[in-house]
Ligand binder design. Structure first.
Ligand code: SAM
Length: 243
């Protein structure tokens, strides 16, 4: 897998660059998310978390939680006893904490600094792990997935929401033009980070989607692995379990 980084001229490793990039764009992240997706991102998160309904899930770890939108969706749909969100970008977490406070959800959802590649929780400590638009940004995908498997309890479930590549005409052609020209231009102007919204389509292009990702999940040790596409394949939801 090609290692795409945000700042090509930088000597920092991918993890540091990704954290710096999200720190830079945190103040505009939520706005641009909803703007670029015409608010459809909210529907994507709803569909992803619907996979956790009616399963008696008491504890959820939301990895790469960013500003906390997926953790909030977990609260809305299944209200487990414990929701923890971790992220390597303190800038994103700061925006998320402010949002939780405003929504009066800070007593239900805890956000803290944490790396998917070295998760600071004991083995088998969560009933479910969720990741939205995060795995593509991991510096080492299989290390992150192995850590997720470790912290899941036996029978626990992983839900991943991630961009994929639409393949149907004319969505594919429109999406290619949109992500190559429109998204980087508007992203640069609004977020004031030159690289972030060029990195986004480049990282989507290089990332293993569909059956390539489910193969990797199986190799890492997940069972009952499956995926389904949403919105013509612009995103996909991947499910896996720990035996
Ligand atoms: C596109 S944002 C997604 C945020 C949120 N999940 C959402 O749905 O809007 C990706 C997040 O992944 C985080 N991230 C990247 N690599 C990470 C890692 N190794 N461990 C934890 N978080 C990571 C970034 O800091 C960033 O906040």
């Amino acid at each position: 897998m090609e290692n795409i980084t945000p700042y090509k001229e930088s000597a920092d490793d991918k993890k540091k660059q990704v954290a710096d990039m999200f720190n830079n764009i945190a103040w505009r992240y939520d706005f641009l998310n909803h703007f670029f997706s015409l608010n459809i991102d909210k529907y994507w998160r709803r569909k992803a978390i619907a996979n956790l309904r009616n399963q008696n899930i008491k504890s959820v770890l939301d990895i790469a939680t960013g500003t906390g939108d997926l953790a909030i969706e977990v609260y809305k749909q299944i209200s487990p006893d414990k929701i923890v969100g971790i992220d390597i970008s303190d800038g994103m977490l700061a925006v998320g904490k402010e949002k939780l406070k405003k929504m009066n959800l800070d007593q239900y959802i805890t956000l803290k600094t944490g790396d998917s590649e070295n998760i600071q929780f004991p083995t088998a400590s969560f009933d479910a792990v969720t990741v939205a638009f995060g795995v593509r940004n991991f510096a080492h995908l299989t290390v992150g997935l192995s850590e997720i498997l470790r912290v899941l309890r036996p029978g626990g479930k992983l839900v991943i929401l991630e961009f994929s590549k639409p393949s149907v005409f004319p969505v594919k052609q429109f999406y290619t033009l949109y992500s190559k020209y429109i998204l980087p231009l508007i992203g640069k102007i609004v977020s004031k980070d030159k690289a972030a919204y060029t990195y986004l389509p480049e990282s989507v292009k290089a990332f293993p989607d569909g059956s390539k990702l489910t193969d990797i999940m199986r190799e890492v040790g997940f069972t009952d692995v499956s995926y389904n596409i949403l919105t013509f394949g612009i995103v996909s939801v991947y499910i896996g379990s720990k035996k």
